[in-house]
Design a protein around this ligand. Structure first.
Ligand code: 3HC
Length: 482
């Protein structure tokens, strides 16, 4: 089918972005909103986004005008009669979506494809509200829609199989990569991404580390484009909360229960970027940290040579009476601390990537030692991430369960390794997909890290996925790709 005239219902952040994507690809777009105010807001989104591209020299003024000229706006659904495709991007409430689809089914010509951009609601339940279940499909875009390169094409058991390649082709025409998946809560990306974001909120609430330290650890240490709290603010805390609720209802996995902190912020209408404030948005003016001028240190344990060298080069010398004893570690260090004469001086240190140093303070570590450790890392060009002395510190505690979830997802047969990797790279801008990451860290390292997390938190889902365990036992270092 030739898709020339498309409609987008709901012009919030996602809907406006999707309308822009279609118009940029040369299609005519009808944008629909409930009232004139909402239409004006939607128009504002597209105007700002295209103006930004003009300002950056990515688009000429003429091209921007042509894009805007291809978008017409209306408050009347009846205007959608002739659309070849309608993409719904209204709030994530199943009853609203079902009633909209019933309406669209009545209004649109019989061959019109009805697509939903739902983040996690069952496409099957939405399709069932229409008399054209074979022509209902999920087209799931990622925020910001004009930038992220993925579209999840979600088919139900009722979808006409011929429609999947047609919509995938359309996604390619939009400059996106399609990944075709079945109708399970969260599809590929949200099923892997949101539990990680939720876990970050849980760990923040438990006081494992501070907001900015967790964001820095994942961005600068792991290399993700944004830290979890900055990303939650981009997605919208209400959306994240809703997706988590849907995931929990389907899986009953307590890790999928929305973090109470999310609920609190949503109730306070602190929804993230769209409301001006969420996890971020109320920063006090950054205060210059007080720096100790002279710091002495001692390095304990194995793997200390490189850090010692860097500290020496920066002018610091190991001392027999140090302010801080740094112990390279990727496991809790309290058992080492208690063997020391002065356990208050011990801080665990782990360099993540080449920009971050996780600094684990035990229950006995003094504030002076923790501060000395932080200042030393800053001086040698590493971003210090202060955290409590828990298995996995910050990065492994957030990264490894996500990798484990990806293995489990593949093992259920829901998606291929190639599709899961591509989905995370293109949908979230990750530098590598989970299987690529697993292989570069080492399957055995991740398996052992998960065992340590399991032993610490006793969380059933942290037990290494049987497939991962078996590959390690078999001495296999890469995943079997078809
Ligand atoms: N609209 C349009 N374009 C935008 C934009 C927006 N809101 N934000 C950024 N851009 C464009 C910029 O214009 C720039 O384009 P250019 O290279 O052509 O000049 C490009 O994106 C890069 O922007 P910046 O240099 O300003 O900023 P960054 O390099 O920091 O990138 C980012 C911003 C693209 C948002 C990047 O941080 C990123 O990839 N973050 C991850 C986002 C993500 O994970 N999204 C998925 C969320 S999950 C989801 O949406 C599913 C839902 O169901 C919950």
């Amino acid at each position: 089918m030739a898709f020339e005239m498309v409609a987008v219902v709901g012009l919030g952040t996602m809907g406006a972005g999707i309308a822009e994507v279609f118009a940029r690809a040369g299609l005519r777009v009808i944008g629909v909103e409930a009232d004139a105010d909402a239409l004006a807001t939607g128009r504002g989104h597209v105007e700002r986004s295209t103006q930004r591209a003009v300002d950056r020299g990515r688009l000429s003024g003429g091209e921007r005008d042509a894009i805007l000229g291809r978008i017409t706006l209306t408050t009347s659904r009846e205007d959608l009669r002739e659309a070849d495709l309608v993409v719904e991007a209204i709030p994530e409430v199943l009853d609203y979506k079902r009633s909209l689809f019933a309406d669209l089914d009545r209004i649109c010509k019989p061959e019109t494809v009805l697509a939903t951009n739902t983040s996690s609601l069952p496409v099957t339940a939405i399709a069932a509200a229409t008399g054209r279940q074979g022509r209902v499909i999920g087209m799931h875009f990622f925020n910001p829609a004009p930038v992220m390169g993925l579209v999840e094409v979600v088919s139900t058991v009722l979808t006409d199989p011929a429609l999947v390649p047609e919509i995938s082709e359309l996604a390619r025409r939009l400059g996106k990569t399609p990944v075709a998946v079945g109708d399970r809560a969260g599809f590929v990306v949200n099923r892997l991404l949101l539990p990680y974001l939720n876990q970050a909120a849980v760990l923040l609430e438990q006081g494992l580390a501070r907001r900015d330290d967790i964001d820095a650890a994942m961005r600068l240490g792991v290399g993700l484009p944004m830290g979890p709290f900055a990303l939650l603010d981009l997605i919208g805390l209400d959306t994240a909360y809703e997706v988590m609720g849907v995931l929990f209802d389907e899986t009953r996995d307590r890790r999928h229960a929305p973090a109470p902190l999310l609920r609190e912020l949503v109730s306070a209408r602190l929804l993230g970027r769209k409301s001006g404030r969420g996890f971020h948005g109320d920063e006090p003016r950054p205060r210059e940290p007080d720096r100790s001028t002279v710091i002495t240190f001692e390095m304990a344990g194995e793997g200390a040579d490189e850090l010692t060298e860097r500290l020496r080069t920066a002018g610091f010398k190991p001392s027999a009476d140090p302010d801080v004893i740094l112990r390279p570690a990727d496991r809790p260090v309290i058992e080492h601390a208690v063997r020391l004469q002065d356990p208050a001086r011990l801080v665990g240190v782990r360099v993540v990537g080449n920009r971050v140093a996780e600094l684990a303070a035990t229950v006995l570590t003094s504030q002076a030692a923790a501060r000395a450790a932080r200042d030393l890392m800053t001086v040698i060009g590493l971003t210090p991430v202060a955290c409590r002395d828990r298995a996995g510190f910050v990065t492994d505690a957030l990264l490894y369960p996500y990798l484990n979830d990806a293995v489990r997802m593949y093992d259920t047969g829901y998606a291929s390794i190639g599709d899961i990797d591509a989905a995370m790279r293109l949908g979230c801008g990750y530098p590598a997909g989970p299987f690529e990451t697993l292989e570069s860290i080492g399957l055995a390292v991740v398996r052992d890290g998960l065992r340590a997390l399991y032993a610490e938190y006793r969380e059933p889902a942290y037990a290494p996925a049987p497939l991962l365990d078996q590959l390690v036992t078999a001495g296999v270092h890469v995943f079997p790709r078809a």
